[in-house]
Design a protein around this ligand. Structure first.
Ligand SMILES: Cc1ncc(COP(=O)(O)O)c(C=O)c1O
Length: 376
């Protein structure tokens, strides 16, 4: 039995962007949620050192797991036993482990729509069924306890994401607590994707573990630590899943690159540099929020975190993919079409990533101003 997994269409647009670049065009990459900054300098310095000294065999860094456990103590006042942590090649395999260790094929997994493209497709690839909950501007595009309560029959699981992709919106702590309560009562297993923790501009981002101690949590070095290509992340599982995850990881993935593990440990003590990145994103966010309404994009969700703006373009198109391609070909500004994140309403939305330099945001806005004016 195979499954129908849809492509990530922004990757196709990115391919066109690279072709255009190859033809000498100047391209501004706002299509992916990928920091344009590299890994923190101390992480790179450590990587240089260990390349000469380490045999680079299969390895699971005990110091890194202990350091991640400390992160939960520092950020959330939680004691996490390092045995509950498994290192992965980013949040993507962590999601596969979180779902497959907790649910069986056929399980119904709830998630917000719009939501990260891989949620519904990973669920499908594992022969489970996505149950998409339509979340609009009045819920700030986020799941609520009431929406989960209303699902009949209750789903087997739910994927929570706060801050979320593609909107950057946060679930407030009291709502997270209410969601945890519904899940406990209705026996819904919780997977919490906390990949954008650390990247917030407004509000607080408690871990779901503070409300649901048996939640499975995934995280990654790709965003806050600016190390997407190093492929490093983790899954944090409840005690009763440790042996299952150990068996799955030993068969499916083995360990992440040892080079990345050494570098990741150094990155975790680079907050001074990383806070500088956040200052840049904050400035970029402000520029975008000020400029987009003048382009006619008035219906936008101000992001509390992450580095995205989800904009309604329904007054301009009902084909977000064609719209983003035209914008790219005409201006060199690459963006992501809403259909990636919402197969139902996404044809009238687009997503900007502002994880680029402030100069690039300014330049993108300069190029888009006349283009949107001509459309209007
Ligand atoms: C919400 C979310 N989860 C998971 C991922 C996967 O990240 P990675 O596999 O690089 O850690 C992404 C990537 O953009 C994301 O936006």
């Amino acid at each position: 039995m195979t499954t129908d997994v849809e492509p990530f269409r922004a990757i196709g647009l990115s391919r066109i962007a690279h072709e255009l670049k190859g033809q000498g065009r100047s391209i501004i990459h706002m299509e992916f949620g990928q920091p344009s900054t590299g890994a923190p300098p101390t992480a790179i310095a450590v990587a240089h050192q260990v390349l000469d000294a380490d045999g680079m065999g299969y390895w699971e860094s005990a110091p890194l797991k202990a350091r991640i456990a400390r992160l939960y103590r520092d950020r959330h006042d939680l004691d996490v036993a390092p045995e509950r942590l498994f290192l992965t090649c980013g949040a993507s395999p962590a999601l596969v482990l979180a779902l497959s260790s907790r649910f069986r094929p056929g399980a119904r997994i709830a998630m917000a729509r719009p939501g990260y493209v891989a949620y519904r497709n990973t669920v499908r690839a594992l022969h489970m069924t996505p149950v998409e909950i339509d979340c609009g501007p009045s819920e700030r595009f986020q799941l609520t306890a009431a929406a989960l309560e209303a699902l009949e029959p209750p789903p087997d699981g739910v994927i929570i994401a706060s801050p979320a992709n593609p909107t950057g919106s946060i679930i407030p702590p009291d709502e997270l607590a209410a969601i945890a309560e519904v899940c406990r009562r209705r026996n819904i297993g919780v997977v919490s994707d906390e990949i954008y923790h650390g990247l917030t501009y407004a509000g607080s981002t408690p871990s779901m573990l503070e409300f649901a101690p048996d939640a499975t949590v995934i995280n990654s070095f790709s965003k806050y630590w600016s190390m997407a290509g190093w492929r490093l992340g983790w899954v944090l599982v409840p005690d009763d899943r440790i042996e299952t995850v150990r068996a799955l990881i030993g068969n499916l993935f083995l360990t992440p690159p040892s080079l990345a593990q050494h570098a990741g440990l150094a990155a975790m003590d680079s907050d001074d540099v990383l806070q500088g990145h956040i200052a840049t994103y904050r400035a970029n966010r402000q520029l975008m929020l000020e400029a987009l309404p003048a382009l006619g994009l008035r219906s936008i969700a101000p992001p509390d975190g992450a580095f995205y703006i989800w904009a309604d373009i329904g007054h301009l198109t009902d084909d977000s993919l064609a719209f983003c391609e035209r914008l790219l070909r005409d201006t060199g500004v690459a963006t992501a079409p809403g259909v990636d994140f919402d197969p139902v309403n996404g044809h009238r939305f687009m997503r900007f990533s502002f994880a680029v330099s402030t100069a690039e945001v300014r330049e993108a806005l300069e190029r888009m101003r006349p283009w949107f004016a001509a459309l209007a």
